[in-house]
Ligand binder design. Sequence first.
Ligand SMILES: [Zn+2]
Length: 326
Amino acid sequence: MTVADFEGVDDLVLPFSVEPLDVRGRVVRLGAAVDTILARHGYPDAVARLIGEAAALTVLLGTSLKFEGRFQLQTKSDGPVDMVVVDFDAPDRLRACARFDAERLSALAGASVKSGDLLGHGHLAMTIEAGPELSRYQGVVPLEGQPLEEAAHQYFRQSEQIPTRVRLAVAQQFEAGRSAYRAGGMLVQFLPSSPERMRQADLPPGDAPQGHVGAEHAEDDAWVEARALVDTVEDHELVDPNVSSERLLYRLFHERGVRVFEGQPVHEECRCSHARIMTMMTRFSADDRAHMVEGGRIRITCEFCSRAYDLDPAEVEAEIATSAER
Ligand SMILES: [Zn+2]
C-alpha cells in the first residue's frame, strides 16, 4: 500500500512517526462515520460540533488499542449539554450520543459557542477496557469550562504522563443539496527512549509566586519543536477534504522527515443487539419489567442508534426463565 492510496480518504486514522523528534501520533478524518451519527439524531449545531470533537478525540485514543478492547469517553456536567458518551470498540466501531437542554442551549446562542460553555462544570471520564480479560482503567479530569482539547491535555498529563498535544476540529460542508458534518483531529506524543527527557514544565509561570523564574526544568527541545509545529495546525486543515492527512503531515514535519503507516479505517456501528437488550432486561426485577409493558408490548429504543426493539413481554419472561435454568 502506498501513501497515495489514502489521499483524501475519510473515516481513516493515519498513524505516523517523526523519529528525529521522538514523536509519534495519529491523524483522523471522519466523514460519513460522524455525519451518520449526527444526522440521525438531528442534534442542534452546537451539540453536533461538540459530539464531533468528542468523536475525533475518542477515535484518536481508541485506535491505540491493539486487539480487542473498548474505549469510552463520557462527560457528566452542569452545562446545557449535561452528558456526552462516545464508545469506540476496537478495531473500528464508533457510536455516540448526548443529552442536552434545548432551552438553555438556545439561551447561549451565537455562532462561537465553545465546547467548554456547552459542558460547564463536572467531569470527563476516559475508560479503557483492554487485554484478554478486558481489565478496566479509568482516568477522570475535572471540567471547569475549558475546551475539550484542554481537558484532553490534562488527561494525558495526569493519567498517562506522556507529553501530548491534541487538535480537534469540526465543520459542516454542503454537498449534494444537504450539509454534512466532518470532524478531524491530530494527536502527537513525545516518546523518547530515555524517560528523563519526558519531564514536562511545571505550571505556567502565571501561577508561580512572584520572583519565581519560570519552570524548574526546561522541556526537551525536540518536544518543544514538535509541539510548536502542532500548534500551527488550523481547524480547516483538519477537516478540509482537499487537504489530505498526508499533505498536512508533510507540511508540518517534512524538514525532519515523517513516516506514515498503514491507515486504520473506522465506521459508525452500534453494539446494541437483541441479546444485549435481553441481558439488560435480566437486571430489572420481574415487577419493573411488568411496569415497562405498554399496549401489550415492551418497546425500547437504543439511545445511540435509535434502533427500536419491540418485545413481547411473554417471550421476554420465557427467555429470561430459560437462561436462568442454564
Ligand atoms: Zn444501538
